[in-house]
Design a binder for this molecule. Structure first.
Ligand code: PLP
Length: 451
């Protein structure tokens, strides 16, 4: 039994003996020792030794309303006492599922009015693979089965979600990927722009989709999936020309468009959904993370009328999870959406803290020799670390500049993520100007120690 949170060495040794971590090399972690987080309030978390850390990542991009919101824990306790569990299989609902489905449908872009629940972004994306393949079967086009995703896209860790994603190190975990998934280039102008303007490059990157569709044959392609802004791939914000061209191509070849809103959804971009920020009209939209601010696991898929109408005629929907639409998670998500709406957090990101965040990061980047580019929108950003700005000289992966910087930042009390050779930030939407100042001050110290 764990008794003493202050005894770091004892906790680390039990952790190494019994706990298998996600996205970590077990041996390297056991040698270094896990970090143990015990409390959270607002934009801060505390470790077991009482050190306070500014959480520049909102957990895993999810704690939109900040830590320690008693409105959410009170609702969870009340709901557990009233009805701790019921499901939506075989024709039952709970008021919490109904209310949340209605609330999400009111926020999504027009025509995405039908909501399915799941428990994680990965499950939502797996569900989408099943729904889309069934849609094409029912539509009399059974050969349209292949999904096209993007390099460095991230859509989760289940087998289908890994296939949708374009993370080479995840594909390499097993000797063979599931069939039926193809990938195109990502729209990372700074790394791949090669002398083209952002606008020219956006068109080039989008047209890779057209080339892939023609290579596979339009009759074999079911859907294209993309995050409006690629998050885990390194905050790849597409040029303005990118999404309109993707949309055109999907329409021309009759390919469904899936906008993965797991990171972008619920205010991160300064709109409720990234699709609204980039003016995308998707056929399906998976969402999770900000939906409950991470207080409980829940995900949802907004299904557009075109797909829903066909599925609706197709008879039994043989799909669902024991915990789909869990009443406690639904009640918490619903209250979380109310907080985001009542506190005007989306507008706050768009008009106040988002612009302040980017302006502060740009000032830091302009003055610092190690930052080649700041990119992102709203409250998500990446600082590309470079050996030299002009002419551009990138760090190699072996140099581990971003990992070094991340470790220094932890010690200085700031949690940031290292992706490739970039530092990624995605703080809670409730972050204040003073906390942004603190973040930027700490970042400077981290960069100085990395230079
Ligand atoms: N889609 C996107 C865009 C994500 O960023 C993630 C997780 O980071 C997922 C899907 C997978 O979500 P989960 O980890 O809840 O399965």
């Amino acid at each position: 039994m764990l008794r003493n949170f202050a005894d770091t060495a004892a906790l680390q040794s039990v952790d190494a003996a019994h706990h298998v971590h996600s996205f970590a090399d077990p041996k390297a972690l056991a040698a270094k020792g896990t970090r143990i987080i015990t409390q959270g309030k607002g934009c801060y978390v505390w470790d077991n030794e009482g050190n306070r850390l500014l959480d520049g990542m909102a957990g895993l991009w999810c704690v939109a309303v900040g830590y320690g919101r008693s409105e959410l824990s009170d609702i969870a306790a009340r709901q557990m006492n009233e009805l701790a569990y019921y499901n939506n299989h075989f024709g039952t609902s709970t008021p919490q599922m109904i209310e949340l489905a209605e609330k999400i449908a009111a926020l999504t872009p027009e025509g995405l009015d039908h909501i399915l629940f799941a428990n994680s972004g990965s499950e939502a994306n797996d569900t989408i693979v099943r729904l889309v393949r069934r849609y094409w079967m029912l539509s009399g086009k059974p050969t349209k089965q292949t999904f096209i995703g993007r390099d460095l896209g991230y859509h989760g860790s289940t087998l289908c979600a890994v296939g949708l994603g374009g993370m080479a190190h995840m594909h390499g975990m097993a000797p063979e990927m599931l069939p039926g998934f193809a990938h195109i280039m990502h729209p990372h102008h700074y790394l791949l722009g090669d002398g083209l303007t952002r606008e020219e490059f956006g068109l080039k990157a989008a047209r890779a989709l057209e080339e892939k569709i023609l290579e596979l044959g339009p009759d074999n392609v079911a859907a294209f999936i993309g995050e409006p802004l690629q998050g885990a791939g390194g905050v790849i914000d597409p040029p303005a020309t990118y999404w309109p061209e993707i949309q055109r191509i999907c329409r021309q070849y009759d390919i469904l468009l899936v906008a993965d809103e797991v990171i972008c959804g619920f205010g991160r971009t300064g709109e409720w959904f990234g699709s609204q920020y980039y003016n995308i009209q998707p056929d399906l939209m998976p969402m999770a993370k900000g939906l409950s601010s991470g207080y409980l696991p829940i995900a949802a898929i907004a299904v557009g009328n075109r797909v829903f109408d066909v599925l609706n005629e197709g008879g039994l929907l043989a799909h669902g999870f024991t915990y789909s639409g869990h009443p406690v998670a639904c009640a918490v998500a619903s209250a979380n959406i109310d907080i985001i709406a009542n506190e005007g957090l989306v507008e706050r990101v768009r008009e106040d803290v988002g612009p302040y965040f980017h302006q502060s990061l740009r000032q830091l980047a302009d003055a610092h020799p190690l930052v080649g580019e700041v990119r992102g929108v709203g409250l998500v950003a990446a600082l590309q670390l470079v050996r030299a700005k002009t002419p551009k000289a990138l760090f190699s992966a072996e140099e581990q500049a971003s990992i070094h910087c991340r470790e220094v930042l932890w010690d200085k009390g700031l949690i940031a993520r290292a992706v490739g050779q970039a530092m990624v930030l995605s703080p809670p939407l409730v972050i204040t100007h003073a906390e942004i100042d603190e973040m930027v001050g700490k970042l400077k110290l981290g960069l100085d120690a990395t230079a």
